[in-house]
Design a protein around this ligand. Structure first.
Ligand code: NAP
Length: 334
């Protein structure tokens, strides 16, 4: 969000051997910084994992298992794998940030989420100086959530992914992708290009207009109580399971009259209401963001009886942070 932040000390880690020299407490682990909201003063040692490299662990004619360092750029990894004919990541192109952050919120886009390709995660617990291998099933993956959201003392060092080589196997269902794929043979490369184009059209470039992507999670709503809302609003929704539907947060914000709105200088983006943008880079503070966030939450709650939950990580002065996970909620119209 381009907020000014003064940290006590910053340490970048380039080698596994350097992990043992890191502090055991009083730290804050910062990956690419694209999904965090920082305070003006950070009284903690900021640790930046910059462990690089990619190696093939196993390969056959159908699949390949790769291990990728936490410091690699996520988008570059997606492009390079897709170009190599290793598929499964193409829908996740242009998600900002580094590989090590991807499992934390189980990044997902256009019908694919990381948990579908992740084999496991290698991590280091700073407090005990121990290395761990955490298998997919142990990561407690959910919709934009994982065990890593709570286990903040774990520094992810690398991520293992299983990719496939079948160019016919793609996920191209999302409505936004359809017009871009209409006249072409569908392939992972075509899907990657379509997703890139949609993202370029819809999302502001953080280098030009500071933002941290989607600011709110798409709410999960109890299906029965959603019927109440449907009586008065034609809200779009997607079935998650027998009891739950997912409602686009962008639609709720837009219909609450807040597209381009909020509390200045933190305003929702004119072409995508889910993205909060900072119109006073390096001047706005966490306080400004909180004012705008709370205003949007209140307006949406008053209009639809749905409580939006913030997606980015909120960092406090002592380096502790708040990662919110949502649970299925009922519509509570006033
Ligand atoms: P969008 O495509 O306008 O979709 C809005 C909401 O509708 C999302 O909750 C999306 O589900 C859902 N949706 C749309 N088409 C669907 C379908 N065919 N089946 C099931 N659900 C459907 O969303 P957007 O804000 O422009 O973002 C585009 C994509 O990037 C979305 O998939 C979004 O989740 C993803 N994204 C992810 C992150 C992250 O990982 N933190 C951040 C920003 C955006 P899903 O959320 O399940 O896709």
């Amino acid at each position: 969000m381009a907020l000014n932040c003064h940290a006590k000390k910053v340490v970048a880690v380039f080698k596994i051997q350097h992990l043992s020299s890191l502090p055991k407490s009083g730290f804050f682990i910062l990956s690419g910084g694209s999904n965090v909201i920082l305070p003006e003063q950070l009284d903690a040692t900021v640790i930046m994992p910059r462990l690089m490299g990619m190696q093939v662990l196993e390969e056959n004619q159908d699949t390949v298992i790769i291990e990728v360092g936490a410091g690699e750029n996520w988008h570059d990894l997606v492009v390079s794998c897709t170009q190599k004919g290793w598929y499964g990541l193409e829908n996740l192109v242009m998600i900002p940030g580094l590989v090590g952050a991807a499992p934390v919120q189980n990044i997902g886009a256009y019908g694919v989420s990381l948990q579908e390709v992740l084999v496991g995660v290698k991590a280091y617990r700073l407090s005990t100086a121990k290395h761990y291998y955490i298998k997919n099933a142990q990561c407690q993956f959910g919709y934009r959530s994982s065990i890593f959201k709570q286990a903040k003392e774990l520094l992810i060092t690398s991520v293992l992914l299983r990719l496939h080589k079948n160019s016919q196997k793609v996920c191209a269902d999302y409505a936004d992708l359809q017009p871009l794929l209409a006249d072409k043979p569908i392939s992972p490369l075509a899907v990657m290009q379509a997703v890139s184009n949609v993202r370029r059209q819809k999302l502001p470039n953080p280098d030009e207009l500071p933002n941290c992507g989607s600011f709110f999670q798409n709410p999960l709503i109890d299906k029965k109580s959603f019927e109440t809302l449907k009586q008065t609003h034609q809200a779009p929704h997607y079935v998650v399971d027998n009891n739950t539907v997912k409602v686009p947060a962008a639609w709720l914000i837009d219909r609450a009259g807040l597209k381009g709105g909020g509390v200045a200088p933190i305003l929702t983006h004119k072409s995508h209401a889910l993205v909060l943008t900072n119109h006073a880079p390096h001047l706005a503070t966490q306080k400004n963001i909180k004012l705008s966030q709370d205003f949007i939450i209140k307006m949406v709650k008053d209009a639809f009886g749905i409580v939006l939950v913030r997606e980015p990580v909120w960092v406090f002065e002592d380096g502790s942070c708040e990662c919110l996970s949502q649970s299925v909620q009922e519509v509570c119209l006033p």
